[in-house]
Design a protein around this ligand. Structure first.
Ligand SMILES: [Zn+2]
Length: 411
């Protein structure tokens, strides 16, 4: 599960980037410092972590990473003062694309476009999700994504399929769904250098054994696109499943006489629950309630497809035609929702606009997803973490500041 670029030593070339990085943000600050010198940013509201919120403080950066963090007066005059609240960069662990591009595209430029459009909205850590396909196709897609993971542009890959329930397939092509046979699991495990998470319907033949093998190998097995009942979902958690792929969506509803997988996932303290806060997949009051109940294991995701950061129109998802109208993506000619069109910053803004408190909302877009997938060096402002910063205003509007110490463009 090693991710070389996030593991320890700074990336090759990080020094040059760090040196030219912070000088670019926040206006006309000239910086003559060399690569080993640090850069100190002060803020009237620096993210303290956990659920405690913001306090006046400072963060010192060097070589693309956070060197020190403190609250109260800074140890030396700040090189830069940010007027707004400073928080960790956002972490989106379920995303299929954006900017007109998908992570299944063969063209490297398209892959870069998809990453860039999310980065411009403050998502500094992104996991690429692949929809159901044949294992041959998935292996080819992984080969194309591998350099981006190794370079630290992506934090890994999520396989959403092909081991999904036909009856809850959502926008996945039914022809491409399959069962997690031992041989198929072998092939996925052979990609465990970059695959971090696999969505699986636990009621499929062989699924519980697959959950156990994936978990033992250090991958996150997430329950989703499932018709499982409470007992089956509970058994999958016992076998090692630790995630809910977009809780509530593509699974039976929480019913008073048949609570189904939702209860199994929500109640278990070991399970992280993904939530899509685009205002279409889920009622935002429900999202806010779940965040309040399980603040340490709620994970906001986008499940974004190619239309994220773009306008309405015709797009593709895993080879299926999708029409986006008024920001909602649906399989062409059907009512089935086919991913969202938001970036994670929009999920934060939506929830705050709906009256949800900012702090747990931001935690669910940073520390929550980082803990879910065990991503090192992201999601928190602590020494040793990447210098990934965003500026946030009290209404939940997120602006990118830095990624790995380099200034980030907004848009
Ligand atoms: Zn998805």
């Amino acid at each position: 599960m090693a991710e070389p670029s996030d593991g320890g030593a700074p990336m090759a070339g990080a020094e040059e980037r760090s040196a030219s990085g912070p000088a670019g943000i926040g206006g006309p600050i000239e910086r003559a410092a060399g690569p080993d010198q640090s850069w100190l940013i002060a803020s009237p509201g620096l993210w303290e972590g956990g659920q405690s919120g913001f306090r006046a403080g400072w963060v010192e950066l060097a070589q693309g990473r956070i060197k020190a963090v403190g609250f109260g007066p800074s140890p030396r005059p700040a090189d830069q003062t940010v007027d707004g609240l400073v928080a960790p960069g956002l972490v989106d662990v379920h995303c299929h694309g954006g900017g007109g591009a998908s992570f299944t595209d063969p063209d490297p430029d398209q892959l870069a476009t998809a990453i860039a459009v999310h980065r411009r909205a403050g998502t500094t850590t992104l996991v690429a999700s692949l929809v159901s396909a044949s294992l041959e196709q998935i292996e080819a897609q992984l080969d194309r994504l591998r350099p981006l993971v190794e370079a630290g542009e992506l934090a890994g890959v999520h396989l959403e399929g092909p081991w999904l329930a036909p009856g809850k397939r959502g926008a996945h092509d039914p022809e491409l769904l399959s069962w997690p046979t031992p041989a198929a699991v072998d092939r996925v495990l052979a990609q465990s250098d970059i695959v971090r998470m696999v969505t699986i319907a636990p009621e499929l033949p062989g699924a519980l054994a697959a959950v156990e093998r994936l978990s033992e190998a250090g991958l996150v097995a997430a329950i989703g696109h499932t018709e499982a009942d409470l007992a089956t979902a509970t058994a999958a958690i016992a076998a090692g499943a630790r995630g809910a792929t977009h809780l509530f969506n593509a699974m039976p509803p929480l019913s008073h006489r048949a609570p189904g997988p939702v209860l199994a996932l929500w109640r278990d303290r070991r399970v992280f629950c993904e939530l899509i806060a685009d205002g279409h997949h889920l009622d935002l009051d429900l999202v806010g309630f779940v965040l309040a109940q399980i603040p340490d294991r709620a994970v906001l995701i986008t499940d974004a497809m190619a239309a994220a950061g773009m306008g309405d129109g015709h797009y593709q998802l895993g080879g299926l035609p999708v029409e986006v109208a008024e920001g909602v993506a649906r399989l062409a000619g059907q009512s089935t929702i086919a991913g969202s069109t938001i970036r994670l910053s929009q999920a934060v803004a939506n929830l705050v606009a709906a009256g949800q408190p900012l702090v747990p909302t931001l935690a669910a877009a940073s520390a929550g997803p980082a803990d879910y997938l065990g991503l090192p060096g992201v999601g928190r402002l602590v020494p040793g973490a990447w210098a990934d910063l965003v500026e946030v205003d009290p209404s939940g509007r997120v602006k990118p500041l830095l990624r790995r110490g380099r200034p980030a463009a907004a848009g």
